[in-house]
Design a protein around this ligand. Sequence first.
Ligand code: IPE
Length: 258
Amino acid sequence: MLHKLTLIKLGGSVVTFKEKPLTANIDAIDGISRALTQLGVPVIIVHGGGSFGHYWSVKYDMHTKSANYDVHGVSVVHESMIALNQIIVNSLIRVGLNPYGMTPSALTTGPKPIVAKIKRIYAMAQSKVIPVTFGDIVHVGGTKYSILSGDALMTILARVLRPLRIIFATNVDGIYKDSVSRELINKMQVADKRKSIEFFKASGTDATGGMQRKVTEAFKIASHGMDVMLINGLVPERIIEAAEGTLKVGTVVKGRKS
Ligand code: IPE
Protein backbone atom coordinates (compact mmCIF):
# COMPACT_ATOMS: atom_id res chain seq x y z
CA MET A 1 0.00 0.00 0.00
CA LEU A 2 1.19 3.51 -0.80
CA HIS A 3 0.97 6.23 1.85
CA LYS A 4 -0.63 9.62 1.35
CA LEU A 5 2.72 11.35 1.32
CA THR A 6 4.63 13.46 -1.21
CA LEU A 7 8.40 13.00 -1.22
CA ILE A 8 10.19 15.76 -3.12
CA LYS A 9 13.84 16.02 -4.12
CA LEU A 10 14.85 19.59 -4.89
CA GLY A 11 17.96 19.22 -7.01
CA GLY A 12 21.00 21.42 -6.52
CA SER A 13 20.33 22.82 -10.01
CA VAL A 14 17.05 24.24 -8.68
CA VAL A 15 18.01 25.54 -5.22
CA THR A 16 21.46 26.89 -6.17
CA PHE A 17 23.23 28.39 -9.15
CA LYS A 18 25.45 25.42 -9.95
CA GLU A 19 28.13 27.54 -11.62
CA LYS A 20 28.33 30.14 -8.83
CA PRO A 21 30.04 28.80 -5.69
CA LEU A 22 27.97 29.00 -2.51
CA THR A 23 25.09 30.88 -4.15
CA ALA A 24 21.49 29.87 -3.48
CA ASN A 25 18.78 30.53 -6.06
CA ILE A 26 16.58 32.42 -3.62
CA ASP A 27 13.91 33.26 -6.21
CA ALA A 28 13.52 29.60 -7.14
CA ILE A 29 13.44 28.53 -3.48
CA ASP A 30 10.86 31.20 -2.59
CA GLY A 31 8.75 30.26 -5.62
CA ILE A 32 8.68 26.63 -4.47
CA SER A 33 7.89 27.66 -0.88
CA ARG A 34 4.91 29.73 -2.08
CA ALA A 35 3.70 26.88 -4.30
CA LEU A 36 3.93 24.41 -1.41
CA THR A 37 1.46 26.49 0.62
CA GLN A 38 -1.19 25.16 -1.80
CA LEU A 39 -0.42 21.53 -0.93
CA GLY A 40 -2.74 20.01 1.62
CA VAL A 41 -0.94 16.69 1.93
CA PRO A 42 1.97 15.49 4.09
CA VAL A 43 5.31 16.39 2.47
CA ILE A 44 8.93 15.43 3.09
CA ILE A 45 11.66 17.39 1.26
CA VAL A 46 15.18 16.26 0.37
CA HIS A 47 17.50 18.79 -1.24
CA GLY A 48 20.76 18.46 -3.10
CA GLY A 49 24.10 20.17 -2.72
CA GLY A 50 24.51 22.18 -5.92
CA SER A 51 27.10 24.93 -5.56
CA PHE A 52 27.26 24.37 -1.78
CA GLY A 53 28.08 20.71 -1.03
CA HIS A 54 29.40 19.88 -4.49
CA TYR A 55 31.67 22.91 -4.51
CA TRP A 56 33.50 21.77 -1.38
CA SER A 57 33.38 18.05 -2.11
CA VAL A 58 35.23 18.68 -5.38
CA LYS A 59 37.84 20.79 -3.53
CA TYR A 60 38.37 18.05 -0.93
CA ASP A 61 38.13 15.22 -3.49
CA MET A 62 35.21 13.51 -1.77
CA HIS A 63 32.92 11.01 -3.46
CA THR A 64 30.13 8.52 -2.84
CA LYS A 65 32.78 5.83 -2.26
CA SER A 66 33.48 5.17 1.42
CA ALA A 67 37.08 6.30 2.19
CA ASN A 68 39.42 8.08 4.60
CA TYR A 69 38.74 11.62 3.39
CA ASP A 70 40.32 14.80 4.76
CA VAL A 71 38.36 15.31 7.98
CA HIS A 72 38.50 19.07 7.65
CA GLY A 73 36.66 18.58 4.36
CA VAL A 74 34.06 16.52 6.26
CA SER A 75 33.38 19.56 8.47
CA VAL A 76 33.33 22.06 5.63
CA VAL A 77 31.06 20.03 3.33
CA HIS A 78 28.61 19.29 6.13
CA GLU A 79 28.57 22.91 7.29
CA SER A 80 27.85 24.13 3.75
CA MET A 81 24.88 21.77 3.53
CA ILE A 82 23.55 22.98 6.89
CA ALA A 83 23.87 26.57 5.56
CA LEU A 84 21.87 25.69 2.41
CA ASN A 85 19.33 23.80 4.53
CA GLN A 86 18.83 26.91 6.66
CA ILE A 87 18.20 29.05 3.59
CA ILE A 88 15.51 26.63 2.40
CA VAL A 89 14.00 26.17 5.86
CA ASN A 90 13.83 29.95 6.40
CA SER A 91 12.13 30.44 3.04
CA LEU A 92 9.46 27.90 4.04
CA ILE A 93 9.04 29.61 7.42
CA ARG A 94 8.54 33.00 5.71
CA VAL A 95 5.50 31.71 3.80
CA GLY A 96 3.98 30.31 7.00
CA LEU A 97 4.83 26.64 6.51
CA ASN A 98 6.34 24.47 9.27
CA PRO A 99 9.67 23.08 8.06
CA TYR A 100 11.99 21.08 10.30
CA GLY A 101 15.57 20.89 9.06
CA MET A 102 17.12 17.51 9.68
CA THR A 103 20.58 16.16 9.00
CA PRO A 104 20.45 12.81 7.19
CA SER A 105 22.72 11.26 9.81
CA ALA A 106 19.62 11.30 12.06
CA LEU A 107 17.91 8.98 9.56
CA THR A 108 20.65 6.66 8.32
CA THR A 109 23.83 4.98 9.47
CA GLY A 110 26.04 5.58 6.43
CA PRO A 111 23.80 4.45 3.59
CA LYS A 112 21.65 2.16 5.81
CA PRO A 113 18.17 3.33 6.88
CA ILE A 114 17.26 3.73 10.54
CA VAL A 115 13.70 2.57 9.91
CA ALA A 116 12.18 3.74 13.21
CA LYS A 117 13.53 7.26 12.69
CA ILE A 118 12.33 7.41 9.10
CA LYS A 119 8.85 6.30 10.18
CA ARG A 120 8.91 9.10 12.71
CA ILE A 121 9.47 11.78 10.05
CA TYR A 122 6.36 10.47 8.30
CA ALA A 123 4.46 10.99 11.56
CA MET A 124 5.88 14.52 11.68
CA ALA A 125 4.74 15.16 8.09
CA GLN A 126 1.24 13.97 9.03
CA SER A 127 1.24 16.55 11.83
CA LYS A 128 1.79 19.31 9.21
CA VAL A 129 5.49 19.69 9.89
CA ILE A 130 7.67 19.41 6.75
CA PRO A 131 10.92 17.51 7.42
CA VAL A 132 13.65 18.99 5.20
CA THR A 133 16.72 16.79 4.88
CA PHE A 134 19.58 16.73 2.35
CA GLY A 135 22.47 14.99 0.63
CA ASP A 136 25.52 15.17 2.91
CA ILE A 137 28.87 13.76 3.89
CA VAL A 138 28.10 10.92 6.33
CA HIS A 139 30.08 8.73 8.67
CA VAL A 140 30.21 5.15 7.41
CA GLY A 141 32.29 3.50 10.14
CA GLY A 142 35.70 3.77 11.82
CA THR A 143 37.57 6.59 10.07
CA LYS A 144 35.58 6.29 6.85
CA TYR A 145 33.08 8.74 5.38
CA SER A 146 31.16 8.97 2.13
CA ILE A 147 28.88 11.36 0.33
CA LEU A 148 25.28 10.25 0.55
CA SER A 149 23.55 11.97 -2.35
CA GLY A 150 20.08 13.39 -1.92
CA ASP A 151 19.04 11.05 -4.74
CA ALA A 152 20.22 7.94 -2.87
CA LEU A 153 18.47 9.30 0.22
CA MET A 154 15.24 9.52 -1.82
CA THR A 155 15.48 5.78 -2.55
CA ILE A 156 16.17 5.01 1.12
CA LEU A 157 13.15 7.07 2.27
CA ALA A 158 10.87 5.81 -0.52
CA ARG A 159 11.60 2.16 0.26
CA VAL A 160 10.68 2.61 3.92
CA LEU A 161 7.73 5.00 3.52
CA ARG A 162 6.25 4.02 0.12
CA PRO A 163 4.90 7.50 -0.71
CA LEU A 164 2.07 7.92 -3.20
CA ARG A 165 3.91 10.75 -4.98
CA ILE A 166 7.67 10.84 -5.54
CA ILE A 167 9.07 13.86 -7.35
CA PHE A 168 12.58 14.64 -8.56
CA ALA A 169 12.78 18.33 -9.44
CA THR A 170 15.75 19.45 -11.56
CA ASN A 171 16.37 22.31 -14.01
CA VAL A 172 15.14 20.32 -17.02
CA ASP A 173 11.59 19.28 -17.95
CA GLY A 174 12.17 15.53 -17.51
CA ILE A 175 13.85 12.80 -19.53
CA TYR A 176 14.41 13.63 -23.18
CA LYS A 177 14.46 11.15 -26.11
CA ASP A 178 17.82 12.57 -27.20
CA SER A 179 19.84 15.72 -26.69
CA VAL A 180 19.26 16.98 -30.25
CA SER A 181 15.45 16.99 -30.49
CA ARG A 182 15.01 17.48 -26.72
CA GLU A 183 11.66 15.79 -27.14
CA LEU A 184 10.25 14.93 -23.71
CA ILE A 185 9.35 11.34 -22.88
CA ASN A 186 6.07 11.48 -20.94
CA LYS A 187 6.01 7.93 -19.67
CA MET A 188 8.68 5.27 -19.16
CA GLN A 189 8.64 1.72 -17.86
CA VAL A 190 11.24 0.13 -15.60
CA ALA A 191 12.36 -1.90 -18.63
CA ASP A 192 13.42 1.34 -20.42
CA LYS A 193 16.15 1.95 -17.85
CA ARG A 194 19.19 1.08 -19.96
CA LYS A 195 18.30 3.48 -22.79
CA SER A 196 17.95 6.50 -20.55
CA ILE A 197 20.99 5.76 -18.39
CA GLU A 198 23.16 5.54 -21.52
CA PHE A 199 21.81 8.88 -22.67
CA PHE A 200 22.68 10.56 -19.38
CA LYS A 201 26.11 8.95 -19.14
CA ALA A 202 27.10 11.35 -21.92
CA SER A 203 25.90 14.41 -19.98
CA GLY A 204 27.81 16.30 -17.25
CA THR A 205 28.71 14.81 -13.90
CA ASP A 206 29.68 15.94 -10.37
CA ALA A 207 30.66 14.36 -7.02
CA THR A 208 27.53 12.20 -6.99
CA GLY A 209 26.98 11.47 -10.70
CA GLY A 210 24.82 14.33 -12.03
CA MET A 211 21.62 13.57 -13.90
CA GLN A 212 22.63 9.95 -14.42
CA ARG A 213 22.40 9.39 -10.66
CA LYS A 214 18.90 10.93 -10.47
CA VAL A 215 17.65 8.75 -13.29
CA THR A 216 19.29 5.63 -11.80
CA GLU A 217 17.62 6.28 -8.43
CA ALA A 218 14.26 7.05 -10.11
CA PHE A 219 14.33 3.67 -11.85
CA LYS A 220 15.45 1.95 -8.66
CA ILE A 221 12.42 3.37 -6.82
CA ALA A 222 10.11 2.45 -9.72
CA SER A 223 11.42 -1.12 -9.61
CA HIS A 224 10.01 -1.25 -6.06
CA GLY A 225 6.51 -0.57 -7.42
CA MET A 226 6.23 3.21 -7.02
CA ASP A 227 5.71 5.80 -9.76
CA VAL A 228 8.43 8.46 -9.91
CA MET A 229 8.03 11.85 -11.60
CA LEU A 230 10.94 13.87 -13.01
CA ILE A 231 9.99 17.50 -13.48
CA ASN A 232 11.34 21.01 -13.86
CA GLY A 233 11.49 22.56 -10.38
CA LEU A 234 12.14 26.02 -11.81
CA VAL A 235 8.41 25.98 -12.75
CA PRO A 236 6.97 25.58 -9.22
CA GLU A 237 3.39 24.88 -10.37
CA ARG A 238 4.64 21.60 -11.80
CA ILE A 239 5.58 20.45 -8.31
CA ILE A 240 1.99 21.04 -7.24
CA GLU A 241 0.56 19.33 -10.32
CA ALA A 242 2.87 16.37 -9.73
CA ALA A 243 1.85 16.18 -6.07
CA GLU A 244 -1.82 16.32 -7.01
CA GLY A 245 -1.47 13.69 -9.74
CA THR A 246 -2.26 16.13 -12.58
CA LEU A 247 1.21 16.56 -14.07
CA LYS A 248 1.17 17.83 -17.65
CA VAL A 249 4.86 18.47 -18.39
CA GLY A 250 7.37 15.92 -17.07
CA THR A 251 8.39 12.26 -17.22
CA VAL A 252 6.70 9.56 -15.17
CA VAL A 253 8.64 6.35 -14.60
CA LYS A 254 5.89 3.83 -13.91
CA GLY A 255 6.33 1.64 -10.87
CA ARG A 256 6.68 -2.00 -11.83
CA LYS A 257 3.60 -3.27 -9.98
CA SER A 258 1.33 -0.23 -10.50
C1 IPE B 1 24.99 16.20 -2.81
O1 IPE B 1 23.67 15.82 -2.91
C2 IPE B 1 25.46 16.37 -1.41
C3 IPE B 1 26.88 16.78 -1.30
C4 IPE B 1 27.69 16.99 -2.30
C5 IPE B 1 27.38 16.95 0.03
P1 IPE B 1 23.04 15.59 -4.37
O2 IPE B 1 23.97 14.74 -5.19
O3 IPE B 1 21.68 15.08 -4.18
O4 IPE B 1 23.03 17.08 -4.96
P2 IPE B 1 22.54 17.64 -6.36
O5 IPE B 1 21.06 17.66 -6.36
O6 IPE B 1 23.08 16.72 -7.43
O7 IPE B 1 23.15 19.00 -6.41
